[in-house]
Design a protein around this ligand. Structure first.
Ligand SMILES: Cc1cc2nc3c(=O)[nH]c(=O)nc-3n(C[C@H](O)[C@H](O)[C@H](O)COP(=O)(O)OP(=O)(O)OC[C@H]3O[C@@H](n4cnc5c(N)ncnc54)[C@H](O)[C@@H]3O)c2cc1C
Ligand code: FES
Length: 512
Protein backbone atom coordinates (compact mmCIF):
# COMPACT_ATOMS: atom_id res chain seq x y z
CA UNK A 1 0.00 0.00 0.00
CA UNK A 2 1.47 3.34 -0.97
CA UNK A 3 0.19 6.61 0.40
CA UNK A 4 -0.61 9.57 -1.82
CA UNK A 5 2.10 12.15 -1.06
CA UNK A 6 2.75 15.61 -2.38
CA UNK A 7 6.08 14.42 -3.78
CA UNK A 8 6.16 14.19 -7.58
CA UNK A 9 4.49 11.03 -8.78
CA UNK A 10 6.24 8.85 -11.36
CA UNK A 11 4.84 8.95 -14.88
CA UNK A 12 3.84 5.33 -15.25
CA UNK A 13 3.85 5.58 -19.04
CA UNK A 14 7.62 5.33 -18.81
CA UNK A 15 7.40 2.00 -16.98
CA UNK A 16 7.41 0.69 -13.40
CA UNK A 17 9.01 -2.45 -12.00
CA UNK A 18 6.27 -5.00 -11.32
CA UNK A 19 8.24 -6.62 -8.52
CA UNK A 20 8.05 -3.43 -6.50
CA UNK A 21 4.28 -3.87 -6.23
CA UNK A 22 3.17 -6.53 -3.74
CA UNK A 23 0.27 -8.78 -4.66
CA UNK A 24 -2.92 -6.85 -3.80
CA UNK A 25 -0.87 -3.67 -3.47
CA UNK A 26 -0.63 -0.52 -5.53
CA UNK A 27 1.53 2.43 -6.44
CA UNK A 28 0.43 5.97 -7.09
CA UNK A 29 1.61 7.57 -10.28
CA UNK A 30 0.33 9.55 -13.19
CA UNK A 31 -0.20 9.40 -16.89
CA UNK A 32 0.67 12.89 -18.03
CA UNK A 33 -1.30 15.18 -15.75
CA UNK A 34 -3.79 12.58 -14.51
CA UNK A 35 -3.28 10.75 -11.21
CA UNK A 36 -3.74 7.00 -11.26
CA UNK A 37 -3.01 3.89 -9.24
CA UNK A 38 -1.29 0.84 -10.67
CA UNK A 39 -2.63 -2.24 -8.93
CA UNK A 40 -1.24 -5.75 -8.99
CA UNK A 41 -3.50 -8.70 -8.43
CA UNK A 42 -1.62 -11.97 -8.94
CA UNK A 43 -0.29 -11.84 -12.49
CA UNK A 44 -2.74 -9.11 -13.50
CA UNK A 45 -2.10 -5.38 -13.53
CA UNK A 46 -4.70 -2.62 -13.57
CA UNK A 47 -4.36 1.13 -13.95
CA UNK A 48 -7.30 3.21 -12.76
CA UNK A 49 -8.01 6.77 -11.59
CA UNK A 50 -6.52 7.60 -8.17
CA UNK A 51 -9.55 9.42 -6.78
CA UNK A 52 -12.98 8.24 -5.80
CA UNK A 53 -15.82 9.85 -7.74
CA UNK A 54 -17.86 10.36 -4.56
CA UNK A 55 -15.83 12.94 -2.59
CA UNK A 56 -12.42 12.48 -4.18
CA UNK A 57 -11.15 9.98 -1.54
CA UNK A 58 -7.60 8.65 -2.18
CA UNK A 59 -8.06 5.12 -3.52
CA UNK A 60 -4.39 4.38 -2.84
CA UNK A 61 -5.31 4.34 0.87
CA UNK A 62 -8.14 1.92 0.19
CA UNK A 63 -8.34 -1.84 -0.03
CA UNK A 64 -8.00 -4.14 -3.03
CA UNK A 65 -10.53 -6.98 -2.83
CA UNK A 66 -10.42 -9.41 -5.74
CA UNK A 67 -10.64 -7.31 -8.89
CA UNK A 68 -12.11 -4.30 -7.07
CA UNK A 69 -10.80 -1.40 -5.02
CA UNK A 70 -12.71 0.10 -2.09
CA UNK A 71 -12.50 3.73 -1.08
CA UNK A 72 -11.14 4.43 2.42
CA UNK A 73 -13.58 7.24 3.19
CA UNK A 74 -17.10 5.87 2.68
CA UNK A 75 -16.41 2.41 1.23
CA UNK A 76 -17.47 2.90 -2.41
CA UNK A 77 -16.34 -0.03 -4.54
CA UNK A 78 -14.92 0.18 -8.07
CA UNK A 79 -14.15 -2.51 -10.64
CA UNK A 80 -10.46 -2.54 -11.49
CA UNK A 81 -11.34 -4.05 -14.88
CA UNK A 82 -13.84 -1.46 -16.06
CA UNK A 83 -13.69 1.38 -13.52
CA UNK A 84 -17.40 0.97 -12.88
CA UNK A 85 -18.71 2.18 -9.51
CA UNK A 86 -20.04 -1.19 -8.37
CA UNK A 87 -21.04 -0.08 -4.89
CA UNK A 88 -22.40 3.28 -3.69
CA UNK A 89 -21.90 5.97 -2.51
CA UNK A 90 -19.90 6.62 -5.69
CA UNK A 91 -22.14 6.43 -8.76
CA UNK A 92 -19.71 7.43 -11.52
CA UNK A 93 -16.86 5.30 -12.87
CA UNK A 94 -13.17 5.99 -12.45
CA UNK A 95 -10.98 6.15 -15.54
CA UNK A 96 -9.09 3.05 -16.75
CA UNK A 97 -5.87 2.74 -18.70
CA UNK A 98 -4.49 -0.19 -20.66
CA UNK A 99 -1.41 -1.72 -19.05
CA UNK A 100 1.24 -3.57 -21.01
CA UNK A 101 3.82 -5.76 -19.30
CA UNK A 102 7.19 -6.23 -20.92
CA UNK A 103 9.41 -8.48 -18.82
CA UNK A 104 9.38 -7.09 -15.28
CA UNK A 105 8.17 -3.66 -16.34
CA UNK A 106 4.57 -2.45 -16.52
CA UNK A 107 3.80 0.38 -18.93
CA UNK A 108 0.61 2.38 -18.63
CA UNK A 109 -0.63 2.97 -22.17
CA UNK A 110 -3.68 4.76 -23.53
CA UNK A 111 -6.77 5.61 -21.52
CA UNK A 112 -9.70 3.35 -22.28
CA UNK A 113 -12.70 5.17 -23.68
CA UNK A 114 -15.74 5.15 -21.43
CA UNK A 115 -17.66 3.60 -24.33
CA UNK A 116 -15.65 0.44 -24.01
CA UNK A 117 -16.19 0.43 -20.24
CA UNK A 118 -19.93 0.45 -20.88
CA UNK A 119 -19.79 -2.14 -23.60
CA UNK A 120 -17.80 -4.43 -21.28
CA UNK A 121 -20.82 -4.34 -19.00
CA UNK A 122 -23.41 -4.74 -21.72
CA UNK A 123 -22.78 -8.48 -22.00
CA UNK A 124 -24.01 -8.98 -18.43
CA UNK A 125 -27.30 -7.15 -18.85
CA UNK A 126 -30.51 -8.82 -17.83
CA UNK A 127 -33.03 -9.72 -20.48
CA UNK A 128 -36.42 -8.48 -19.36
CA UNK A 129 -39.87 -8.12 -20.85
CA UNK A 130 -40.54 -5.28 -18.43
CA UNK A 131 -41.74 -2.09 -20.10
CA UNK A 132 -42.29 0.28 -17.18
CA UNK A 133 -40.69 0.85 -13.79
CA UNK A 134 -42.01 3.33 -11.28
CA UNK A 135 -40.00 4.58 -8.33
CA UNK A 136 -41.84 6.33 -5.50
CA UNK A 137 -39.29 8.53 -3.76
CA UNK A 138 -36.50 10.74 -5.08
CA UNK A 139 -33.89 10.23 -2.36
CA UNK A 140 -30.70 8.16 -2.17
CA UNK A 141 -32.36 4.79 -2.76
CA UNK A 142 -34.62 6.03 -5.57
CA UNK A 143 -31.85 7.76 -7.52
CA UNK A 144 -29.38 4.88 -7.12
CA UNK A 145 -32.07 2.49 -8.40
CA UNK A 146 -32.90 4.62 -11.45
CA UNK A 147 -29.20 4.99 -12.19
CA UNK A 148 -28.61 1.24 -11.96
CA UNK A 149 -31.65 0.39 -14.08
CA UNK A 150 -30.25 2.44 -16.95
CA UNK A 151 -26.68 1.28 -16.35
CA UNK A 152 -27.91 -2.28 -16.51
CA UNK A 153 -29.46 -1.71 -19.91
CA UNK A 154 -33.12 -1.31 -19.01
CA UNK A 155 -34.60 0.74 -21.84
CA UNK A 156 -38.31 0.89 -20.97
CA UNK A 157 -40.25 3.70 -19.33
CA UNK A 158 -38.76 4.90 -16.04
CA UNK A 159 -40.59 7.33 -13.79
CA UNK A 160 -39.48 8.67 -10.43
CA UNK A 161 -42.10 10.49 -8.36
CA UNK A 162 -40.91 12.62 -5.47
CA UNK A 163 -42.76 14.71 -2.92
CA UNK A 164 -39.65 16.90 -2.74
CA UNK A 165 -39.36 20.02 -4.87
CA UNK A 166 -35.65 19.40 -5.58
CA UNK A 167 -34.16 16.67 -7.78
CA UNK A 168 -32.33 13.97 -5.75
CA UNK A 169 -29.55 15.46 -3.62
CA UNK A 170 -26.77 14.61 -1.22
CA UNK A 171 -28.82 14.44 1.97
CA UNK A 172 -25.90 13.71 4.37
CA UNK A 173 -24.27 16.96 3.32
CA UNK A 174 -27.26 18.98 4.56
CA UNK A 175 -26.11 18.79 8.19
CA UNK A 176 -22.39 19.00 7.35
CA UNK A 177 -20.55 21.20 4.83
CA UNK A 178 -23.67 22.80 3.36
CA UNK A 179 -24.97 23.82 6.77
CA UNK A 180 -21.52 24.94 7.87
CA UNK A 181 -21.25 27.14 4.78
CA UNK A 182 -18.32 25.27 3.24
CA UNK A 183 -20.27 23.66 0.37
CA UNK A 184 -22.21 25.63 -2.19
CA UNK A 185 -25.72 24.99 -3.45
CA UNK A 186 -24.51 23.45 -6.69
CA UNK A 187 -22.57 20.68 -4.87
CA UNK A 188 -25.75 19.27 -3.43
CA UNK A 189 -27.67 17.72 -6.38
CA UNK A 190 -26.58 14.12 -7.00
CA UNK A 191 -26.96 14.60 -10.74
CA UNK A 192 -27.00 17.62 -13.07
CA UNK A 193 -30.40 18.52 -14.60
CA UNK A 194 -29.50 17.15 -18.07
CA UNK A 195 -28.83 13.69 -16.60
CA UNK A 196 -32.55 12.94 -16.31
CA UNK A 197 -33.30 13.84 -19.93
CA UNK A 198 -30.25 11.94 -21.21
CA UNK A 199 -31.22 8.79 -19.27
CA UNK A 200 -34.90 9.24 -20.10
CA UNK A 201 -35.87 9.34 -16.44
CA UNK A 202 -39.22 11.05 -16.07
CA UNK A 203 -38.62 12.93 -12.82
CA UNK A 204 -41.93 14.09 -11.35
CA UNK A 205 -41.18 16.52 -8.51
CA UNK A 206 -43.38 18.17 -5.92
CA UNK A 207 -45.84 15.30 -6.27
CA UNK A 208 -47.01 13.05 -3.46
CA UNK A 209 -48.28 9.56 -4.12
CA UNK A 210 -51.44 9.03 -2.06
CA UNK A 211 -52.24 5.40 -2.82
CA UNK A 212 -50.77 2.28 -4.37
CA UNK A 213 -52.90 -0.47 -5.88
CA UNK A 214 -50.57 -3.45 -6.15
CA UNK A 215 -53.14 -5.64 -7.97
CA UNK A 216 -54.10 -3.08 -10.60
CA UNK A 217 -50.42 -1.94 -10.72
CA UNK A 218 -51.28 1.75 -10.40
CA UNK A 219 -50.43 4.61 -8.09
CA UNK A 220 -52.50 7.72 -7.50
CA UNK A 221 -51.13 11.11 -6.65
CA UNK A 222 -52.65 13.61 -4.25
CA UNK A 223 -53.47 15.90 -7.19
CA UNK A 224 -55.51 13.16 -8.92
CA UNK A 225 -52.95 12.05 -11.54
CA UNK A 226 -52.26 8.34 -11.75
CA UNK A 227 -49.44 6.19 -13.14
CA UNK A 228 -49.39 2.50 -14.06
CA UNK A 229 -46.32 0.34 -13.52
CA UNK A 230 -44.84 -3.00 -14.52
CA UNK A 231 -42.56 -3.03 -11.45
CA UNK A 232 -42.58 -0.69 -8.48
CA UNK A 233 -39.88 0.43 -6.07
CA UNK A 234 -41.02 2.03 -2.84
CA UNK A 235 -38.29 4.36 -1.57
CA UNK A 236 -40.17 6.88 0.53
CA UNK A 237 -37.48 7.18 3.22
CA UNK A 238 -38.24 8.63 6.61
CA UNK A 239 -39.58 11.81 8.11
CA UNK A 240 -38.58 13.65 11.27
CA UNK A 241 -40.50 12.99 14.46
CA UNK A 242 -42.34 16.24 15.19
CA UNK A 243 -42.92 17.36 18.76
CA UNK A 244 -45.86 19.30 20.01
CA UNK A 245 -44.15 21.85 22.28
CA UNK A 246 -46.34 24.02 24.46
CA UNK A 247 -46.10 27.68 23.52
CA UNK A 248 -43.80 27.24 20.50
CA UNK A 249 -44.25 29.54 17.51
CA UNK A 250 -43.80 27.32 14.43
CA UNK A 251 -41.56 29.97 12.84
CA UNK A 252 -38.93 29.46 15.57
CA UNK A 253 -38.80 25.69 15.15
CA UNK A 254 -36.75 23.93 12.48
CA UNK A 255 -36.45 20.28 11.47
CA UNK A 256 -33.80 18.97 9.10
CA UNK A 257 -34.59 16.44 6.43
CA UNK A 258 -34.76 18.24 3.11
CA UNK A 259 -32.61 20.63 1.13
CA UNK A 260 -35.30 23.28 1.76
CA UNK A 261 -35.03 22.61 5.54
CA UNK A 262 -31.26 23.08 5.43
CA UNK A 263 -31.55 26.28 3.39
CA UNK A 264 -34.12 27.60 5.89
CA UNK A 265 -31.70 26.97 8.79
CA UNK A 266 -28.86 28.64 6.86
CA UNK A 267 -31.09 31.67 6.22
CA UNK A 268 -32.14 31.80 9.87
CA UNK A 269 -28.56 31.38 11.11
CA UNK A 270 -27.43 34.38 9.06
CA UNK A 271 -29.06 36.83 11.49
CA UNK A 272 -29.01 34.69 14.65
CA UNK A 273 -26.63 34.48 17.59
CA UNK A 274 -27.98 31.62 19.64
CA UNK A 275 -29.57 28.31 18.84
CA UNK A 276 -30.90 25.45 20.93
CA UNK A 277 -30.52 22.03 19.32
CA UNK A 278 -32.80 19.39 20.80
CA UNK A 279 -31.40 15.88 20.40
CA UNK A 280 -27.83 14.60 20.69
CA UNK A 281 -28.14 12.14 17.83
CA UNK A 282 -25.84 12.23 14.80
CA UNK A 283 -27.98 14.84 13.07
CA UNK A 284 -28.37 17.02 16.18
CA UNK A 285 -24.63 16.95 16.82
CA UNK A 286 -23.71 17.60 13.20
CA UNK A 287 -26.08 20.58 13.24
CA UNK A 288 -24.39 21.78 16.43
CA UNK A 289 -20.93 21.48 14.82
CA UNK A 290 -21.98 23.22 11.62
CA UNK A 291 -23.67 26.10 13.43
CA UNK A 292 -20.61 26.53 15.67
CA UNK A 293 -18.57 26.80 12.46
CA UNK A 294 -20.91 29.66 11.52
CA UNK A 295 -20.11 31.28 14.88
CA UNK A 296 -23.44 30.75 16.66
CA UNK A 297 -23.74 30.02 20.37
CA UNK A 298 -25.00 26.44 20.46
CA UNK A 299 -26.82 24.68 23.31
CA UNK A 300 -27.66 20.99 22.95
CA UNK A 301 -30.53 19.58 25.02
CA UNK A 302 -31.01 15.81 25.23
CA UNK A 303 -32.39 13.21 27.65
CA UNK A 304 -29.35 10.87 27.50
CA UNK A 305 -26.48 11.07 29.97
CA UNK A 306 -23.98 11.08 27.08
CA UNK A 307 -24.56 11.89 23.40
CA UNK A 308 -24.73 8.88 21.04
CA UNK A 309 -24.60 6.58 24.07
CA UNK A 310 -27.31 4.23 22.74
CA UNK A 311 -25.50 3.67 19.42
CA UNK A 312 -21.85 3.86 20.44
CA UNK A 313 -21.68 3.43 24.20
CA UNK A 314 -20.75 5.88 26.98
CA UNK A 315 -17.02 6.03 26.27
CA UNK A 316 -17.41 7.21 22.68
CA UNK A 317 -20.28 9.42 23.87
CA UNK A 318 -18.00 11.13 26.42
CA UNK A 319 -15.35 11.68 23.78
CA UNK A 320 -17.87 13.19 21.36
CA UNK A 321 -19.23 15.47 24.10
CA UNK A 322 -15.69 16.60 24.98
CA UNK A 323 -14.98 17.29 21.32
CA UNK A 324 -18.06 19.47 20.98
CA UNK A 325 -17.42 21.20 24.32
CA UNK A 326 -13.89 22.01 23.16
CA UNK A 327 -15.53 23.76 20.21
CA UNK A 328 -17.78 25.75 22.52
CA UNK A 329 -21.02 23.73 22.51
CA UNK A 330 -22.90 23.74 25.84
CA UNK A 331 -24.72 20.51 26.75
CA UNK A 332 -27.84 20.16 28.88
CA UNK A 333 -28.03 16.39 29.25
CA UNK A 334 -30.67 14.45 31.13
CA UNK A 335 -33.08 17.21 30.06
CA UNK A 336 -36.02 17.56 27.74
CA UNK A 337 -37.85 20.55 26.38
CA UNK A 338 -40.88 21.57 28.38
CA UNK A 339 -41.92 24.90 26.86
CA UNK A 340 -40.95 27.61 24.41
CA UNK A 341 -42.15 31.13 24.96
CA UNK A 342 -40.87 33.57 22.34
CA UNK A 343 -37.07 33.45 22.66
CA UNK A 344 -37.24 31.64 25.98
CA UNK A 345 -36.71 27.87 25.93
CA UNK A 346 -37.58 26.12 29.21
CA UNK A 347 -36.10 22.72 30.03
CA UNK A 348 -37.52 19.96 32.24
CA UNK A 349 -35.41 21.10 35.23
CA UNK A 350 -36.81 24.67 34.79
CA UNK A 351 -33.53 26.02 33.32
CA UNK A 352 -34.30 28.68 30.73
CA UNK A 353 -32.19 29.32 27.65
CA UNK A 354 -32.40 32.25 25.31
CA UNK A 355 -32.48 31.28 21.63
CA UNK A 356 -33.18 32.90 18.27
CA UNK A 357 -34.41 29.55 17.02
CA UNK A 358 -34.58 25.86 17.90
CA UNK A 359 -33.58 22.86 15.76
CA UNK A 360 -35.30 19.61 16.65
CA UNK A 361 -33.37 16.44 15.81
CA UNK A 362 -35.22 13.83 17.84
CA UNK A 363 -35.27 10.97 15.38
CA UNK A 364 -37.19 9.91 12.31
CA UNK A 365 -40.01 7.54 11.44
CA UNK A 366 -40.05 5.45 8.28
CA UNK A 367 -42.64 6.75 5.80
CA UNK A 368 -44.73 3.61 5.49
CA UNK A 369 -48.30 4.91 5.38
CA UNK A 370 -48.60 4.20 1.65
CA UNK A 371 -47.33 0.66 2.09
CA UNK A 372 -49.64 0.02 5.03
CA UNK A 373 -52.66 1.21 3.05
CA UNK A 374 -51.57 -0.90 0.06
CA UNK A 375 -51.68 -3.98 2.29
CA UNK A 376 -47.94 -4.77 2.12
CA UNK A 377 -46.50 -6.76 5.02
CA UNK A 378 -45.19 -4.36 7.66
CA UNK A 379 -42.65 -5.04 10.38
CA UNK A 380 -41.67 -1.66 11.89
CA UNK A 381 -40.87 -0.72 8.29
CA UNK A 382 -41.76 -2.50 5.06
CA UNK A 383 -40.88 -6.18 5.38
CA UNK A 384 -38.76 -7.33 2.43
CA UNK A 385 -36.99 -10.60 1.63
CA UNK A 386 -33.29 -10.98 0.83
CA UNK A 387 -34.01 -9.74 -2.73
CA UNK A 388 -35.68 -6.62 -1.28
CA UNK A 389 -39.05 -7.71 -2.65
CA UNK A 390 -42.09 -6.91 -0.50
CA UNK A 391 -44.99 -9.27 0.18
CA UNK A 392 -46.42 -8.21 -3.23
CA UNK A 393 -44.55 -9.76 -6.18
CA UNK A 394 -42.97 -7.14 -8.41
CA UNK A 395 -43.07 -4.52 -5.66
CA UNK A 396 -39.70 -3.79 -4.05
CA UNK A 397 -38.65 -1.52 -1.18
CA UNK A 398 -35.29 0.06 -0.39
CA UNK A 399 -33.69 2.54 1.99
CA UNK A 400 -34.89 3.86 5.33
CA UNK A 401 -38.28 2.14 4.98
CA UNK A 402 -37.03 -1.41 4.37
CA UNK A 403 -36.54 -4.09 7.04
CA UNK A 404 -34.52 -6.90 5.55
CA UNK A 405 -33.03 -10.22 6.71
CA UNK A 406 -29.44 -9.24 7.48
CA UNK A 407 -27.21 -12.31 7.08
CA UNK A 408 -24.51 -10.85 9.31
CA UNK A 409 -26.49 -10.23 12.48
CA UNK A 410 -28.98 -12.98 11.66
CA UNK A 411 -31.78 -10.49 12.43
CA UNK A 412 -34.29 -8.58 10.36
CA UNK A 413 -33.00 -5.04 10.56
CA UNK A 414 -33.86 -1.57 9.32
CA UNK A 415 -31.25 1.18 9.37
CA UNK A 416 -31.08 4.83 8.41
CA UNK A 417 -27.77 4.96 6.53
CA UNK A 418 -27.09 6.70 3.23
CA UNK A 419 -24.82 4.02 1.78
CA UNK A 420 -27.25 1.24 2.69
CA UNK A 421 -30.13 3.15 1.06
CA UNK A 422 -28.17 3.64 -2.16
CA UNK A 423 -26.90 0.06 -2.25
CA UNK A 424 -30.37 -1.28 -1.62
CA UNK A 425 -31.63 0.89 -4.48
CA UNK A 426 -28.96 -0.63 -6.70
CA UNK A 427 -29.74 -4.22 -5.70
CA UNK A 428 -33.49 -3.67 -5.98
CA UNK A 429 -32.93 -2.32 -9.52
CA UNK A 430 -31.04 -5.47 -10.47
CA UNK A 431 -33.75 -7.65 -9.00
CA UNK A 432 -36.46 -5.70 -10.81
CA UNK A 433 -34.57 -6.78 -13.93
CA UNK A 434 -34.55 -10.40 -12.78
CA UNK A 435 -30.97 -10.83 -11.50
CA UNK A 436 -32.04 -12.40 -8.18
CA UNK A 437 -29.17 -10.77 -6.27
CA UNK A 438 -29.26 -11.03 -2.49
CA UNK A 439 -28.81 -7.85 -0.48
CA UNK A 440 -26.02 -8.93 1.84
CA UNK A 441 -23.91 -5.77 2.23
CA UNK A 442 -22.58 -5.11 5.72
CA UNK A 443 -24.24 -1.87 6.93
CA UNK A 444 -21.94 1.14 6.90
CA UNK A 445 -22.34 4.77 7.92
CA UNK A 446 -20.16 7.73 8.67
CA UNK A 447 -20.58 10.88 10.67
CA UNK A 448 -18.50 14.06 10.71
CA UNK A 449 -17.87 16.27 13.75
CA UNK A 450 -15.50 19.18 12.98
CA UNK A 451 -12.33 17.46 11.74
CA UNK A 452 -13.21 14.07 13.27
CA UNK A 453 -14.86 11.50 11.01
CA UNK A 454 -16.34 8.35 12.52
CA UNK A 455 -16.83 5.32 10.29
CA UNK A 456 -19.04 2.49 11.50
CA UNK A 457 -19.42 -0.96 9.94
CA UNK A 458 -21.82 -3.66 11.06
CA UNK A 459 -24.89 -3.40 13.22
CA UNK A 460 -24.98 -3.61 17.01
CA UNK A 461 -28.23 -2.78 18.78
CA UNK A 462 -27.01 -4.45 21.96
CA UNK A 463 -23.57 -5.70 22.92
CA UNK A 464 -21.97 -7.21 25.98
CA UNK A 465 -18.36 -6.10 25.50
CA UNK A 466 -16.49 -3.19 23.94
CA UNK A 467 -12.88 -3.55 22.85
CA UNK A 468 -10.79 -0.44 22.34
CA UNK A 469 -7.77 -0.56 20.04
CA UNK A 470 -5.88 2.74 20.24
CA UNK A 471 -7.25 5.75 22.09
CA UNK A 472 -10.11 8.14 21.58
CA UNK A 473 -8.08 11.05 22.92
CA UNK A 474 -5.45 10.49 20.25
CA UNK A 475 -8.30 10.35 17.73
CA UNK A 476 -6.84 7.14 16.45
CA UNK A 477 -8.81 4.08 17.40
CA UNK A 478 -11.06 1.19 16.51
CA UNK A 479 -13.89 0.34 18.89
CA UNK A 480 -15.32 -3.16 18.48
CA UNK A 481 -18.78 -3.97 19.83
CA UNK A 482 -19.05 -7.68 20.63
CA UNK A 483 -21.59 -10.20 21.72
CA UNK A 484 -19.71 -13.15 23.19
CA UNK A 485 -16.71 -13.62 20.90
CA UNK A 486 -18.46 -12.25 17.87
CA UNK A 487 -17.75 -8.72 16.67
CA UNK A 488 -21.06 -7.10 15.68
CA UNK A 489 -19.78 -3.69 14.66
CA UNK A 490 -16.61 -1.64 14.51
CA UNK A 491 -16.40 2.15 14.85
CA UNK A 492 -13.15 3.78 13.77
CA UNK A 493 -11.50 7.16 13.91
CA UNK A 494 -8.48 7.68 11.58
CA UNK A 495 -8.36 3.93 10.88
CA UNK A 496 -9.91 3.77 7.44
CA UNK A 497 -8.09 0.67 6.33
CA UNK A 498 -9.04 -1.14 9.52
CA UNK A 499 -12.67 -0.22 8.87
CA UNK A 500 -12.47 -1.66 5.34
CA UNK A 501 -10.84 -4.82 6.67
CA UNK A 502 -13.50 -5.20 9.36
CA UNK A 503 -16.16 -4.88 6.67
CA UNK A 504 -14.45 -7.59 4.63
CA UNK A 505 -14.18 -9.92 7.62
CA UNK A 506 -17.86 -9.44 8.42
CA UNK A 507 -18.78 -10.09 4.80
CA UNK A 508 -16.88 -13.34 4.72
CA UNK A 509 -18.24 -14.52 8.07
CA UNK A 510 -21.92 -14.11 7.13
CA UNK A 511 -24.39 -15.61 9.62
CA UNK A 512 -23.05 -17.69 12.46
C1 LIG B 1 -29.39 15.91 7.55
C2 LIG B 1 -29.11 14.45 7.39
C3 LIG B 1 -27.81 13.98 7.46
C4 LIG B 1 -27.53 12.63 7.30
N1 LIG B 1 -26.23 12.22 7.37
C5 LIG B 1 -25.95 10.91 7.18
C6 LIG B 1 -24.60 10.44 7.21
O1 LIG B 1 -23.67 11.20 7.44
N2 LIG B 1 -24.37 9.14 6.99
C7 LIG B 1 -25.38 8.28 6.76
O2 LIG B 1 -25.11 7.09 6.57
N3 LIG B 1 -26.67 8.68 6.72
C8 LIG B 1 -26.98 9.98 6.92
N4 LIG B 1 -28.28 10.39 6.90
C9 LIG B 1 -29.34 9.41 6.64
C10 LIG B 1 -29.54 9.24 5.14
O3 LIG B 1 -29.64 10.48 4.51
C11 LIG B 1 -30.78 8.38 4.89
O4 LIG B 1 -30.54 7.10 5.43
C12 LIG B 1 -31.09 8.29 3.41
O5 LIG B 1 -31.39 9.54 2.86
C13 LIG B 1 -32.25 7.33 3.14
O6 LIG B 1 -32.51 7.31 1.77
P1 LIG B 1 -33.96 6.95 1.22
O7 LIG B 1 -33.88 7.02 -0.25
O8 LIG B 1 -34.44 5.73 1.88
O9 LIG B 1 -34.89 8.12 1.76
P2 LIG B 1 -34.82 9.67 1.50
O10 LIG B 1 -33.46 10.07 1.08
O11 LIG B 1 -35.44 10.31 2.68
O12 LIG B 1 -35.79 9.87 0.25
C14 LIG B 1 -37.17 9.63 0.37
C15 LIG B 1 -37.86 10.29 -0.82
O13 LIG B 1 -39.21 9.87 -0.86
C16 LIG B 1 -40.04 11.00 -1.10
N5 LIG B 1 -41.37 10.67 -0.61
C17 LIG B 1 -41.79 10.33 0.63
N6 LIG B 1 -43.10 10.04 0.64
C18 LIG B 1 -43.54 10.19 -0.64
C19 LIG B 1 -44.80 10.02 -1.29
N7 LIG B 1 -45.88 9.63 -0.62
N8 LIG B 1 -44.87 10.27 -2.61
C20 LIG B 1 -43.77 10.66 -3.32
N9 LIG B 1 -42.55 10.82 -2.75
C21 LIG B 1 -42.46 10.58 -1.44
C22 LIG B 1 -39.32 12.12 -0.37
O14 LIG B 1 -39.74 13.38 -0.85
C23 LIG B 1 -37.88 11.80 -0.76
O15 LIG B 1 -37.60 12.28 -2.06
C24 LIG B 1 -28.59 11.74 7.07
C25 LIG B 1 -29.92 12.20 7.02
C26 LIG B 1 -30.18 13.54 7.17
C27 LIG B 1 -31.60 14.04 7.11
S1 FES C 1 -15.00 9.65 -1.06
FE1 FES C 1 -14.99 7.62 -1.72
S2 FES C 1 -16.76 6.79 -0.91
FE2 FES C 1 -16.85 8.83 -0.32
Amino acid sequence: MTEVKDTPKPDLRTGFSVHEIPDGGMVVGRAGTEDLILVRRGAELFAVGAHCTHYHGPLADGLVVGDTVRCPWHHACFSLRTGEALGAPALDPIACWRVERIGDTAFVREKLAERSVQSARRGTQAQTALTSVLIVGGGGAGLAAADMLRRDGYEGALTMISADDSPPYDRPNLSKDFLAGTAQDDWIPLRPPEYYAERRIDLVLNSRVSSVDVRAKRVELEDGRSYGFGALLMATGAEPVRLDIPGAEPSRIHYLRTFADSRAIVARAASAQRVVVVGASFIGLEVAASLRTRGLDVHVVAPESEPLERVMGPEVGRFIRGLHEAHGVAFHLGQSLSRINGRQVTLSDATTLDADFVVLGVGVRPSITLAERAGLAIDRGIAVNEYLETSAPGVFAAGDIARWPDPHSGNRIRVEHWVVAERQGQVAAKNILGHRERFDAVPFFWSQHYDVAINYVGHAEKWDAVEMDGTLDARDCAVTYKRGDRPLAVATISRDLQSLRAELTMESEGTK
